[in-house]
Design a protein around this ligand. Sequence first.
Ligand code: F6P
Length: 618
Amino acid sequence: MAKWSKVPVMDVTTPAANMNGSLNMGKKLPIAYSPEWMALQEHVKEVQQLHLKDLLLDEERTDSMIREHNGLYLDFSRQNMTDSTLQLLLNLAERSKLKTKMNAMFAGDHINATEDRAVLHTALRAPREARVMVDGEDVIPGVWEVLDKIKEFSDKVRSGEWTGVSGKPIKNVVAIGIGGSYLGPAFVHTALQFDEKCKAEAAGRKLRFLANVDPVDVAKALHELDPEVTLVVVISKTFTTTETMLNARTVRTWLTTELAQRGYKAKDAVAKHMVAVSTNLEAVSEFGIDPENAFGFWDWVGGRYSVTSAVGILPLSLQYGFDKMNDFLRGAHDLDVHFRDAPFECNLPVIMALISTWNSTFLGRSSVAVLPYCQALAKFPAHMQQVAMESLGKQVSLDGDPLSFKAGEIYFGEPGTNGQHSFYQLIHQGRVVPAEFIGTIKSQQSVYLRGEEVSNHDELMCNFFAQADALATGKSSEELREEGVPPFYVPHKTFSGNRPSSSLMLPGVNPYTVGQLLALYEARVAAQGFIWGINAFDQWGVELGKVLATRVRKSMSEARTTNRKIDVTDGYNPSTRKMINRYLNGKNQQLYPEPRDVFPCDLIHSEGCTAPYEDDDE
Ligand code: F6P
């Protein structure tokens, strides 16, 4: 491995920063004006002369671009980088005070300045004996109090000691939540569903998620569930999220109506069939859920970083048992310790953050394709989409100064090999999209057919290895001509190559490695935010749409109950006014003079089920 010399970082404060007149005297120089940033900008020209097909022949370079940590193997030799690039990026990390910022995060400082909060999702998976102080108080006892409560409750439910209102044991769990209260838990559930041990633990049980406020999602989540054996977990950090609360009221109505028809009181039905996860225990109790059946967490856990709080641990423990989730927490903690303590040159999340910064800021690549060659990780790209894009899609620095560069990247992805038959055309011959291949050494399912050349998982992984090389080395027109390809086809069949990717291999997919993977990517996003000097922990960009929806909701309710159209006095622009009216026209069969419960008959078998809306023609 190459030796990393520590380059001293000068302390540069303003005058130069005032060049464009927009910065205050005395403020620290923005990272984009630092000599380290400029050195990287200069370095781009050098790297642009190089092609990965040549770089990849260098054994020493390859060795210097492989890192391992506790079973995780990261090869970034297919990045458009040299050893000098990495050194320059490490200098940038130092200039950005990455270490100091990481220490501040782990120490519980209020680094989320716009919300005046600490950022301590790492404390959620710290061992019982750890000590993590927030505002002078050790938070670890509280973390473990909730974990112990989850263990006790999930054991009771799984053993049948906790029953539904009719005395039948609970078999199904419906987790209602959106964003961070859905994507992470759904990713982990999908990852563990076919792990042999987890599968055995979950035998006979169903875990479903209800996120979208689309009533079709309600129908899907409740399809063929017997409310007598169903437990609903309402998950919302704030307990005010419109979609989640409407879904929670909808499912509460489903539960209470169905169970009332079987002779049970609504209050008893809610007490035995609804629990909550939230930081807002007052709102939980106002909703009608007994605070005894609520599992708390804290404002220092961001929604998208909350999988290892009760948000994920409660529904997943109900499905797989607490011990499995404890393994998951241990995996995440292992990576947290690595992130906190490993020197940057061999720190996996820091290196991944630096690579992303290089690709997006200096090479101008605006997206990241997350490509798990592993069906169990199918929902990982969607989870990462929120973690990365909600965290890093920012327009100003932590101080509120406009950024002179674009922060954040567009994350997307699908499992391989499905993606190969879909969007890979573009990443091979269209735009340059830095790719992150994620593969596993062992599969959760072993299939090897007699007579086949390789096992099914080998076949999957052959593609994992091949795709990264196809992107990197490409195929030149000379090669094609030599192969006798007719001239007309040569430009169509040429692959420019030199397209960057990193490859990450996990030993397998189990609770521990899923914890490692989750924490690896969380840490990488946090580190990238620190390097860019932005707040990776707030999300003001989601607010405006919510406010406008509130106004539309008011107009919609009025229009639907009084049968009036939207007019200019309502204040919408002509496009919105016309669209809403077009929608209302289409709905005019469904005038609701007063609000009432309307469920399709297959959801609620009430007596009046068919009559009032059988004629509705939607
Ligand atoms: O609207 C964005 C957001 O605030 C996310 O950050 C969060 O994960 C999601 O909504 C759900 O929020 P809650 O858990 O409070 O319902």
